[in-house]
Design a protein around this ligand. Structure first.
Ligand SMILES: Nc1nc2c(ncn2[C@@H]2O[C@H](COP(=O)(O)OP(=O)(O)OP(=O)(O)O)[C@@H](O)[C@H]2O)c(=O)[nH]1
Ligand SMILES: [Mg+2]
Length: 440
């Protein structure tokens, strides 16, 4: 990492301030090729310097700050230059810095360098990206706890316990006559505890995905029952076209809303009916597909014409659904007991209650207060594999040999190490950081 990288760290667009970041051994020298402090002064680390940038007949008043290695985000010499936030100004300045010795940073390269220089572990770096893209407070909270290193600590603690068990096996292999029984006893009592800890982490995976990507809810039902009207009522604006013509919606329409700090992604679909229209048929096919792939299905019915036979849809949908009666403003002669909730998108009656019902049926609130919630698929996959290894290790102990247990535990240790980056290879690192944005 001898190169000095540069990138615009703020989003491109007209803004009051734009920041350009440099990292690497020549950061300060490269900055000095275009920036001069107002007063004759040296750069004291972490102290803002007022001055101006001057090159190719372009000039701007700026603030610059220098972080001396290793006390910086990347662990290298870092410079941040605050200029006015014009797209062209920031682009031309970056280009000039490249002409004067810096190289363009890859997406995520600052964070990658921070990890490679031991300034943070992989889980913390991944939490940064989650914070940047967070859409809800819950998502922010989970990312913050990961950024504070809570996942790192948990995984490291499990690895430490595995190391102790591996050491016990080692001794048992050297002195089988004295130690083997002791080692077996210890493994039989300690491994289930570790398995419990991993399984507890894994149990948060489904909630973690919902926190990160939102809860997917599909609206299905016959044409004209008011699905599009319900979508509009839930999201709070006229997103979908509503008419009294049956078969108005054909393509699926997606829109979201946030309730109790969780994002809900609603899919409005084509009304289900026997159709010979090729476009509508395709819409109906997609409608059933989105019902199948969602976390929750709202099966909507019309108070003017209550349909008895929804068996077909229910067999194709997930177990998690609600029967909802719409248009209760039309007439009151319906049996409330046949439905989970009765609403009117026209008057807005019970729309809030429906939001609460969806929340209750899709969010496991007992898990929501857990200190650690796994939101990253990479982490859940590794935790699953490590869990399988521990299960096999426990079995091997009973029926095969302590040597096999040893191999399986070592592998589990390494799988957990991939989460934090203690065990890593270039491909893993490159894949993770390629998802980052430029300048981070
Ligand atoms: N009275 C009354 N009319 C409603 C209510 N909700 C929807 N409607 C009317 O029912 C008709 C159909 O509404 P849509 O929302 O387009 O129904 P849809 O289920 O999306 O219909 P398709 O897209 O054709 O499948 C429109 O005329 C709406 O104004 C309601 O709560 N009360
Ligand atoms: Mg519609």
């Amino acid at each position: 990492m001898n190169t000095t990288i540069v990138a615009i760290a703020t989003p491109l667009g007209a803004g009051g301030v734009g920041v350009i970041r440099l990292s690497g051994p020549k950061s300060l020298d490269v900055l000095k090729t275009i920036f001069s402090p107002q007063k004759a002064q040296d750069f004291t680390p972490r102290k803002m310097v007022f001055g101006h940038v001057n090159f190719d007949e372009i000039t701007d008043d700026c603030l610059a700050v220098f972080f001396k290695a290793p006390n910086s985000f990347t662990g290298e010499d870092v410079v941040e230059l605050q200029m006015h936030g014009g797209v062209k100004l920031l682009q031309l300045t970056t280009q000039k810095l490249i002409e004067n010795g810096a190289v363009m940073a890859e997406p995520g390269e600052f964070s990658k360098r921070a990890v490679l220089n031991g300034k943070m572990d992989l889980t913390e770096a991944e939490a940064i990206i989650d914070m940047i893209y967070a859409q809800t407070k819950t998502e922010m909270k989970v990312a913050s706890s990961q950024m504070k290193g809570e996942l790192f600590e948990k995984i490291t603690q499990i690895q430490k316990e595995l190391t102790t068990l591996l050491a016990t096996i080692e001794v048992a292999l050297d002195y089988p006559e004295h130690e083997e029984t002791f080692a077996e006893e210890k493994l039989k009592s300690d491994l289930p505890k570790l398995l419990d800890e991993l399984q507890k982490l894994k149990s948060t995976e489904n909630l973690g995905q919902k926190i990160k990507n939102g809860v997917n809810v599909a609206l299905v039902g016959e044409p004209n029952v008011g699905k599009s009207s319900l979508l509009n009522a839930l999201v709070g604006f006229d997103r979908a076209i509503v008419t009294d013509i049956a078969g108005t919606t054909r393509d699926t329409i997606n829109e979201g809303y946030t309730y109790k700090n969780i994002r809900f992604n609603i899919t409005d679909t084509a009304g289900l009916r026997q159709s010979f229209d090729i476009v509508e048929k395709e819409g109906i096919k997609r409608s059933l597909e989105s019902a199948k792939n969602s976390d929750f299905v709202i099966f909507l019915q019309d108070n003017a014409k209550i349909l008895e036979d929804y068996a077909k849809i229910l067999t194709e949908t997930p177990q998690n659904f609600a029967r909802v009666l719409n248009k209760i403003d039309i007439q009151s002669n319906f049996n409330e007991k046949d439905f989970d909730i009765c609403i009117s998108t026209k008057t807005g009656q019970n729309i809030d209650k429906l939001k609460e019902l969806i929340y209750q049926k899709t969010i496991d609130q007992s898990l929501l207060s857990e200190k650690l919630i796994i939101t990253n698929i990479r982490h859940t996959q590794l935790i699953s594999k490590a869990t399988q290894n521990l299960q096999k290790a426990l079995k091997a102990l009973n029926v095969v040999s302590i040597e096999l247990t040893q191999v399986l535990l070592k592998q589990a240790w390494e799988l957990l190490g991939e989460i934090t980056g203690v065990v890593s290879n270039e491909t893993i690192i490159d894949t993770i950081f390629s998802k980052f944005c430029l300048g981070k």
